[in-house]
Write a protein that binds this ligand. Structure first.
Ligand code: CA
Length: 382
C-alpha cells in the first residue's frame, strides 16, 4: 500500500456567543483535518489540535509544505518509521506547538488507515481494550461576562448534574478573588449530590497567586487542579505539588517524549494530560504512556477538537493501563466539552453520546467513525 495523496481541510465556524477562558475570548470554532489517501482506496483521517486562539492554518501549512514530501509514496503501515521521519525532519524548527500538532494529525490518520487495513479498531492494534466505556466529565463553566458570574455557574453545575454528569471541571483563572467565590459557590451547590469537581486555570497565574488559590481549593476535595502555572514553569509545578494536598494536573501544552520527560522525571504532576492532537498523535501517546507508567504517574488525556480528535482520544483511552493497579483502581475519565461545537455533533455519522452517563468506545475499524463530507464542505475555508 502506498500513500498517493494528502488532503488538508481547514474548518471554521463563528460562535453565536463568544466565551472566555483565562487566556482570551473565543469567537470561532476551528479545526485542521487531514485525509490521507492510498492507492488501495483506503482513506485515513486525522486532526491537529487547534485551541480557540490558535490559527488552524499554521498546522495546515506544516502538513502541506513540510510533511507532505516525507509521506507521498511511503507505506502508510510504517507508522512508527514515518513518525520518526517527520519528527527528525522538523526537529530544528519543531518539537513543540503547531509543528507537533501537524505531526499528530498525520499520525492519527496513519493509525486510522492501519486499523482499516487490518479490519480492527485502533485500540486492538495498541494492545487491546482495558475498558469498553469511559466516564465523561463535563468541561464548561466558560465566561460570557468575564467576572461576577458565580450564580450562573452554579446553575450550570446543576444542569450538568441533571444531564447525568458525576464529574465536572470548573474554569477558573479570572482573578483569585473571583475564582474563590466561584469554586466555593459551585462546591456548595453540588454538596451531597455525588459530584466530583476539578478546576482548570489555564496557567493564569504565577506561583504566589496559584498557591493562594490552591490553599482554598484544598478545602474542596477536588480530583485535580489543572495548569496552575505556565507550562514552562516546571519548578512552579513541583512547588505547588509539594505544598498543596490537591493533586496537580498538566501537560496539554507539552509535546513528544522529550517534552514529557522533564515533567515526569521530576514528578511535577500527579496527573499528566497529553492531547492526542498535539502531543504527537497515537505514536507519541504510546511513548508517553510508557514513560508515565515507569514513573507511577496517572495519564488522563486532554480532549479537545472535533469528532476526529475525540475518536482518536477514545481509542487511546481504551488502551490506557491504569497507573497503579488495584481492585478498585482509579480509571481515566473523558473530557467532554459541553459548549456548542458543530464539528463534533455534525462531522461524523455517529457522534459521541452518553449512554447511562457513560461514553461507549467505538469498535469499528480504525477510528471507528465515518466522516460526513457534506459537513466538511459546509465549514471548509481552505
Ligand atoms: Ca485545560
Amino acid at each position: 500500500m502506498k500513500i498517493t495523496g494528502i488532503r488538508i481541510h481547514v474548518l471554521k465556524s463563528a460562535l453565536a456567543k463568544p466565551f472566555a477562558f483565562s487566556q482570551g475570548w473565543v469567537r470561532q470554532r476551528s479545526a485542521t483535518l487531514v485525509e490521507i489517501v492510498t492507492d488501495e482506496g483506503l482513506v485515513g483521517w486525522g486532526e491537529a489540535f487547534a485551541q480557540g486562539l490558535e490559527p488552524p492554518e499554521i498546522a495546515a501549512t506544516v502538513i502541506d509544505k513540510a510533511l507532505r514530501p516525507l509521506l507521498e509514496g511511503a507505506n502508510p503501515l510504517d507508522v512508527e518509521v514515518l513518525w520518526h521521519r517527520m519528527y527528525h525532519a522538523t526537529r530544528d524548527y519543531g518539537r513543540k506547538g503547531s509543528v507537533m500538532s501537524a505531526i499528530s494529525a498525520v499520525d492519527i490518520a496513519l493509525w486510522d488507515l492501519a486499523g482499516k487495513h487490518y479490519g480492527v479498531p485502533i485500540h486492538q492494534l495498541l494492545g487491546g481494550a482495558f475498558r469498553r466505556r469511559v466516564q465523561p466529565y463535563a468541561t464548561g463553566f466558560y465566561r460570557i461576562e468575564g467576572r461576577g458570574e458565580a450564580q450562573r455557574l452554579c446553575a450550570e453545575a446543576l444542569q450538568h448534574s441533571d444531564n447525568g454528569f458525576r464529574l465536572m471541571k470548573v474554569k477558573l483563572g479570572f482573578g483569585v478573588d473571583d475564582d474563590i467565590e466561584v469554586i466555593r459557590s459551585v462546591a456548595e451547590t453540588v454538596r451531597g449530590k455525588d459530584v466530583t469537581l476539578m478546576v482548570d486555570t489555564n496557567h493564569a497565574y504565577g506561583r504566589a497567586e496559584a498557591l493562594r488559590l490552591g490553599y482554598v481549593l484544598d478545602e474542596c476535595d477536588l480530583r485535580w487542579y489543572e495548569e496552575p502555572v505556565a507550562p514552562e514553569d516546571v519548578d512552579g509545578y513541583c512547588e505547588l505539588r509539594a505544598r498543596l494536598r490537591t493533586p496537580i494536573a498538566g501537560g496539554e501544552n507539552e509535546h513528544g517524549l522529550f517534552g514529557f520527560r522533564e515533567l515526569l522525571s521530576r514528578h511535577a504532576v500527579d496527573v499528566v494530560q497529553p492531547d492526542i492532537g498535539s502531543c504527537g498523535g497515537l505514536t507519541a501517546a504510546r511513548h508517553i504512556t510508557a514513560l508515565a507508567q515507569a514513573h507511577g504517574i496517572e495519564v488522563n488525556p486532554h480532549v479537545w477538537g472535533s469528532a476526529v480528535a475525540q475518536a482518536a482520544s477514545l481509542q487511546w483511552i481504551a488502551a490506557l493501563p491504569v497507573a497503579n493497579h488495584s481492585l478498585f483502581a482509579r480509571e481515566p475519565v473523558l473530557e467532554y466539552d459541553c459548549s456548542s461545537h458543530p464539528f463534533r455533533h455534525e462531522l461524523i455519522e455517529d457522534p459521541v453520546r452518553l449512554v447511562d452517563g457513560w461514553v461507549p468506545i467505538p469498535d469499528g475499524s480504525g477510528l471507528g467513525i465515518t466522516v460526513r463530507a457534506d459537513t466538511v464542505e459546509r465549514f471548509r475555508v481552505g
